[in-house]
Design a protein around this ligand. Structure first.
Ligand code: 5AD
Ligand code: SF4
Length: 441
């Protein structure tokens, strides 16, 4: 047998990219590749990229610049760019960085084996199609080897909502849901490999409407209940949800499905109706408040998180004040906030009214101070409480294990002989800025 070739994948961006990287590594297995943790000895380097903000995309070009030395020393090294930058920029990447051998978009990576075989030795391979076929159905079966206790599982991909700032409808394409039986099969396989927690992924995961075994479309709630039947699967999460797609069945599931964790990422983006309208968000600040209220009625202890954009075109101080007010009223457990970044090809990029970058920076600082304070308060409120923790890996100190609470906080305990995959009750004794400390109950 010839020696295995080494594949190094660097993943940028969202959780779906993490999932895609795993599937790409598996797809290249039959071509003779095993994954390694460093680019230095790799035979192939694949950057799985993100295009969501300008900074994310620029990072890819700087990384390619850094890899030039390696490629000069070892011309046989294959360099590929996958993901959303690959989709958005296509052949342009090879013009800007001629050492790139392969470019593959998020909807065509099932063709990686052929692309990899073709690329190299001066030959280029490019595929940014949105093919008819279902890439997941075309990919080879997933391996059976043991793996860690948590996994992502893409159930829905793409977006039809066309928020004015967002590249996703262009990079990931139209909204598609995977059939229920495929999702269940993949979940059962993951559980048989040691997985105890699955996070269902979709850019609009709660718009899931996959074909069920009965030939009808199933919503996300129904899928969650079916997954909850799997013995050995202890926890289910899903992300990212759109406020308009939080239907009654899903809200009810948050209240009554024991395996569904009390954490919900529900981006609102802005607190002013004027800006929400310009963002084409199709919900208002009031409809967001109402949905949050219904969720909290069903699951009073839910940890809510969100995404925010400041400095969207035409955002005034008064609009921003409404965002601050919304945050105060909702009270988040965690949040992600960004300065608006104009993305080529999106409707907002064509408009006037761009906000002065310094004003946007000042707003971001103010918003983040409030969000950080809320996050810290939520964590401090955990002290003295008992929570479930799924342990994942050893911590930095001897005898320490780290896991995630039901509310998705990192929790560390000192306990000898606790195996990864153990789900235990933990009493929280301390809260830091980013993690909690606890003792086994
Ligand atoms: N500029 C800044 N932030 C953006 N996001 C999406 N597009 C942009 C953009 N052009 C943010 C949104 C989204 C998260 C994934 O990234 O808040 O929910
Ligand atoms: Fe980035 Fe969006 Fe692509 Fe994920 S789907 S990698 S967040 S651009």
């Amino acid at each position: 047998m010839s020696e295995a070739k080494k594949l190094y994948i660097k993943t940028y961006g969202c959780q779906m990219n993490v999932y895609d990287s795993e599937r790409m590594a598996e797809a290249l297995g039959p071509n003779g590749y095993v994954t390694v943790d460093s680019p230095d000895e790799a035979d192939m380097i694949l950057l799985n990229t993100c295009h969501i903000r300008e900074k994310a995309a620029e990072k890819v070009y700087s990384e390619l610049g850094r890899l030039r030395g390696l490629k000069t020393r070892r011309p046989d090294l294959k360099i590929g760019v996958a993901g959303c930058v690959a989709q958005a920029e296509g052949a342009e990447i090879m013009l800007r960085q001629p050492m790139v051998d392969l470019v593959v978009g998020p909807q065509s990576y099932h063709r990686l084996p052929e692309l990899e075989a073709k690329a190299g030795g001066g030959q280029k391979a490019l595929d940014t199609d949105f093919p008819e076929e279902d890439k997941f159905a075309e990919l080879a079966a997933r391996p059976k080897a043991k793996r860690g206790p948590t996994a992502f599982l893409t159930v829905q991909e793409g977006c039809d909502k066309f928020c004015a700032f967002c590249v996703v409808p262009y990079t990931r394409g139209a909204e598609v849901s995977r059939p229920v039986d495929r999702v269940l099969t993949e979940a059962r396989d993951l559980v048989s490999r040691g997985v105890r927690e699955i996070t269902l992924l979709g850019q609009n995961v709660n718009a899931y409407h996959g074909e069920g075994p009965d030939g009808r479309d199933w919503g996300l709630a129904r899928l969650v209940y079916a997954l909850a039947e799997i013995d050995g699967l202890a926890r289910i999460r899903f992300t990212t949800s759109h406020p308009n797609d939080m239907d009654n069945a899903l809200i009810a599931a948050l209240g009554d499905c024991d395996k569904l964790m009390p954490y919900l990422h529900l981006p609102v983006q802005a607190g002013s109706d004027r800006i929400l309208k310009r963002m084409n968000r199709s919900h208002t600040r009031d409809s967001y408040f109402r949905v949050v209220e219904r969720i909290r009625e069903a699951r009073p202890d839910i940890a809510l998180s969100g995404d925010f954009i400041v400095g969207f075109p035409e955002e005034t101080d008064a609009d921003f004040a409404e965002t601050m007010d919304l945050v105060r009223r909702v009270n988040y457990a965690a949040c992600f906030s960004f300065k608006y970044s104009s993305r080529p090809g999106t409707p907002a990029a064509e408009r006037g009214g761009q906000v002065d970058p310094e004003v946007a920076s000042a707003r971001l600082i103010e918003l983040q101070a409030l969000l950080n304070a809320q996050q810290l308060a939520f964590m401090k409120a955990m002290v003295g409480r008992e929570v479930g923790v799924l342990f994942e890996k050893p911590g930095r100190h001897p005898g320490q294990m780290v896991g995630k609470s039901d509310y998705l906080h990192a929790v560390h305990v000192t306990a000898e002989g606790l195996a990864p995959g153990t789900l235990a009750r933990v009493r929280i004794i301390d809260a830091g800025a980013n993690s909690l400390a606890g003792v086994l109950v």
